[in-house]
Write a protein that binds this ligand. Structure first.
Ligand code: ZN
Length: 563
């Protein structure tokens, strides 16, 4: 092949495009409306960083969701929680796009999924179609936006991952336009004495610092006196132009006397590291106030890959007689910045607030396994359940045990085993292990029953007990009445609920044939779509059976007519 100058130029640009880290013209928007975000990539959530963006859908469901590029569907997942109905499309660029909380899939994919749901007689399915089996073109309607799964309002969860490593990257790096001229908001500033002898403003404990806005828009903290190794933490969020949502910030940078001590951003992270969010935030503060402080220093047990620059792990050694200018720069992905200056003076002072050196008899060595017998139950912590050594508070009640409190994060599951032998056999069937919240409300913890021992695996510290559930679930029609003609109805819905242990399984038949019920636990609703078109009879007998987590079962039967 002979190439003229333009040919070579064309080829060279192709190679350049191929090597571009974040191609900005490859992906279209997954929606046809302007992008307004209810959540950003890397946003701080419970035990994880948000791995995509949440695009607002004008408080509505059912907006067309479009393939962002040519590709093939590689995974479809339907679940009660998490992303609800979710679609994964692999693209030739090496990216996989993910669409979550969908109301339903596009016609071709919907039919494909329904067939499998009917074959397996299950609403929850996970399917991996063959490569090329379900091809899509850029702009094809592949789904409709919804609110399924762990979603608290209609929106589209959208991700871009590497098809090979599955590592998600920030979708906003790919040229999507989001209107944002608003600087990140700074809500709180905290100082941490880190070394044994360290003090900040005469306190050996974490303290909150005051700051004020300056004429140029930046913030200035009140002068701090300190000695020893210290660190800072911020509570901050970002807002875009068209919505009030408090989203996550993109990057944080800390300099000390002009030298960069710490810099991290949310360009990318892996699912394997996401739980280490509990080492980035001040977890004890979060447990108490439900407010997330991002530490501007890295703990030794923090294995996050988000750090771009680290000097002394972001920790600052303050010496007597020296002055320091600490600058924190918080930015969003559009480059809007909020600057905060903290003047620090090295000064020897008398201690006013002493270290909290409360001890208990049970000292946890984090990298060793730990076993405790608490009377009503035994607890086993495998090695490295916790990040660091600490004094754990363990309490035995008559029927309850209390494992410390929510000021400490568990990285791994630990095991709690109750001995049910004091209960008569027939009563044991209805018992389950429950965690009791601050208001003593029980929640079901998945209970494995073996002879003489009920066990559960959990990462939540707090109070546990055995609870008895003797009441079967309730089932009642929602949008119809018995003996009603439903010819013009497009769907049937029923309310199902269970008081204590919660719903485990549900199933329904019409005239003896299994029908698909879509279950939405948030609204306690199961829905059958007449579109599934398997009804030929005028008189229809509906039978719904629901079982709770200890095996109590209820059945509803009713007749309706249709032609
Ligand atoms: Zn999301």
């Amino acid at each position: 092949m002979r190439l003229n100058f333009f040919g070579v130029f064309f080829l060279l640009s192709l190679i350049l495009v191929a090597q571009e880290k974040y191609p900005t013209n490859t992906f279209r928007s997954p929606l046809e409306i302007p992008m307004v975000l209810a959540g950003t990539f890397g946003e701080l959530r419970s035990n994880h960083f948000h791995s995509g963006i949440d695009i607002k859908t004008q408080q509505r469901e059912g907006l067309p969701v479009l393939a962002v590029a040519d590709g093939t569907v590689t995974r479809i997942k339907v679940s009660h929680w998490g992303y609800g109905k979710a679609l994964y499309i692999a693209h030739p660029s090496g990216h996989t796009s993910v669409y979550g909380h969908l109301k339903k899939f596009g016609p071709e994919i919907e039919e494909y999924v329904k067939k499998i749901q009917y074959d397996k007689q299950s609403y929850e399915v996970e399917i991996f179609p063959e490569y090329g089996e379900l091809k899509v073109d850029k702009g094809n309607i592949v789904a409709f936006s919804g609110n399924t799964g762990g979603s608290s309002g209609p929106h589209l969860h959208f991700e871009l991952r590497s098809s090979v490593s599955e590592k998600p990257t920030n979708p906003l790096l790919y040229g999507y336009e989001v209107r944002d001229a608003t600087d990140p908001s700074l809500v709180g500033l905290f100082a941490y004495p880190l070394s044994n002898d360290a003090l900040v403003n005469r306190s050996a404990q974490k303290i909150q610092l005051n700051f004020t806005r300056q004429a140029d828009g930046s913030f200035l903290a009140d002068k701090v006196t300190a000695l020893g190794t210290i660190g800072f933490g911020i509570n901050s969020f970002d807002r875009q132009d068209m919505a009030a949502n408090q989203n996550g910030v993109y990057a944080v940078k800390q300099t000390v006397n002009g030298r960069v001590y710490l810099e991290y951003d949310f360009e990318s992270f892996s699912f394997g590291e996401t739980r280490y969010i509990n080492t980035l935030i001040d977890y004890a503060h979060f447990g108490k106030y439900r407010q997330r402080i991002q530490k501007c220093f890295k703990e030794p047990y923090n294995h996050l890959s988000i750090y771009k620059t680290l000097y002394n792990n972001g920790k600052i050694d303050i010496e007597e007689g020296m002055s320091y200018t600490v600058e924190l720069l918080i930015s969003d992905i559009e480059g809007n910045e909020t600057k905060l200056v903290i003047p620090v003076e090295g000064k020897q002072e008398a201690v006013k607030i002493k270290k909290d050196d409360t001890t208990t008899k049970d000292f946890i060595i984090a990298d060793k396994p730990n076993n405790f017998d608490l009377g009503a139950a035994k607890v086993y912590f495998p090695a490295n359940t916790f990040y660091e050594d600490f004094y754990m508070s363990l309490q035995k009640g008559k029927d309850t045990i209390t494992i410390h409190d929510n000021s400490v994060a568990a990285h791994r599951n630990f095991t709690i085993s109750f001995d049910p032998s004091q209960y008569p056999l027939e009563e044991r069937r209805q018992l389950f292990i429950a965690r009791l919240d601050d208001h003593m409300r029980p929640s079901y913890s998945k209970t494995y029953k073996r002879d003489g021992s009920f066990t559960t695996r959990t990462r939540a510290l707090g109070m546990y007990t055995l609870v008895k559930d003797s009441v079967a679930p309730t089932i009642s029609p929602k949008n119809f009445k018995e003996q009603q003609w439903l010819s013009n109805y497009s769907y049937l819905s029923l309310k199902i609920s269970d008081d204590l242990s919660g719903i485990d399984t549900y199933s329904a038949t019409i005239n003896g044939k299994w029908v698909l019920m879509e279950y939405e636990p948030k609204t306690n609703t199961i829905t059958y779509n007449f579109d599934d078109k398997i009804l030929n009879d005028t008189q229809c007998e509906l039978k719904v059976t629901v079982t709770d987590n200890v095996g109590n079962s209820s059945t509803y039967t009713g007749t309706f007519f249709r032609k």
